[in-house]
Ligand binder design. Structure first.
Ligand SMILES: [Ca+2]
Ligand SMILES: [Ca+2]
Length: 69
């Protein structure tokens, strides 16, 4: 299983993942099937601003590791 939030699958949740999430939200990018799982960070079946915000929080370390959820 890929790590939640790691949309580009490089084993790190970083700014590039946030950019991918935001581009997807804006309709500028269609995520692949493989990218949809890590992009849906809270696993509620929809990729939305909550997921983007969670990636941002992970980057700035305001939240626990997703893996602990
Ligand atoms: Ca990444
Ligand atoms: Ca979600």
């Amino acid at each position: 299983m890929p790590r939640l939030g790691d949309i580009n699958a490089n084993d790190t949740v970083e700014i590039l993942d946030l950019i991918l999430a935001n581009k997807s939200l804006l309709g500028d990018l269609t995520l692949t099937e493989a990218q949809k799982y890590p992009a849906d960070v809270d696993q509620n079946g929809a990729i939305d601003t909550t997921d983007s915000l969670m990636i941002l929080k992970e980057i700035v370390k305001l939240t626990q590791e997703f893996d602990a959820l």
